[in-house]
Design a binder for this molecule. Structure first.
Ligand code: 1GP
Length: 236
């Protein structure tokens, strides 16, 4: 079942199909000891780019997940498909609209045993994803936790993703969210650009996603793997 695919993941590298990555760096990432490679991006994601990255990652044993944010880029062959649903936007196209379109077009081809929804809580107003989806990033802690409960208890989504893409977030809030979920796994991503930030995030969240720093500072990105591995998730 889909939960088994990610329930042990502590560290994940997220690669953007719209950005170039050379073979040597990809090799080091795939052999780094990370638990998975996630492919996903907010713009410029095409079928060709997603296929190409899959073919290159497939030379390695590391599990490979696709975050499907564009219908055009729903490529077969990944180990896991993650379907984002943005919780804190009033633009319903990002919560159910695009998903329904996808189901209408491809409903009978979807590998449900390898498909999981992610309830996104986007909290950095400067993130591209926030601008694109019109996310309300001004939530206070109580409102953020209400969204977490909505995802975990009411909608029973298997993953809650606290997203600060581009900025290191409020780890107190992330820890509170991880504490609150009862069945969902709590993913955190945003601004992890050093081993120490990775360790902080790993203490607060179940699963830590490392994105941009892969392209900005590969050595720092690689150092996050051991930092997460050596940090226990801290229950408060
Ligand atoms: C982006 O959460 C991921 O969707 C990772 O964020 O690129 O800031 O590391 P960064």
């Amino acid at each position: 079942m889909y939960r088994e695919r990610y329930e042990d993941w502590r560290h994940v590298f997220k690669l953007d199909p719209d950005r170039e990555i050379d073979d040597e760096l990809l090799d080091r990432l795939c052999l780094s000891g990370t638990d998975a490679i996630m492919v996903g991006g907010s713009s410029g994601v095409t079928f060709e780019k997603v296929v190409d990255l899959l073919a290159r990652i497939r030379r390695y044993e590391v599990p490979c997940a696709l975050e499907v944010s564009d219908l055009e880029a729903a490529v077969p062959g990944y180990d896991l498909y993650l379907i984002p649903m943005v919780l804190n936007t009033s633009r319903t196209e990002w919560l159910t609209g695009k998903q329904v379109e996808g189901l209408q077009a491809y409903g009978s081809y979807i590998p449900w045993e390898n498909t999981a929804a992610e309830g996104y809580l986007i909290l950095n107003p400067d993130a591209e994803a926030a601008r694109l989806t019109g996310a309300d990033c001004g939530l206070d802690a109580a409102a953020a936790m209400a969204h977490v409960r909505l995802a975990d208890r009411l909608m029973r989504l298997p993953i809650v993703y606290v997203e600060y893409s581009g900025r290191f977030g409020d780890m107190k809030l992330v820890a509170q969210a991880a504490e609150l979920v009862t069945q969902a796994r709590l993913f955190y991503g945003g601004g992890i650009d050093s081993a120490s930030k990775a360790a902080e995030a790993a203490a607060a969240a179940h699963t830590v996603i490392v994105g941009n720093v892969v392209y900005e500072d590969p050595e720092a990105a690689l150092a996050t793997v051991a930092a997460v591995r050596d940090t226990a998730f801290a229950r408060n």
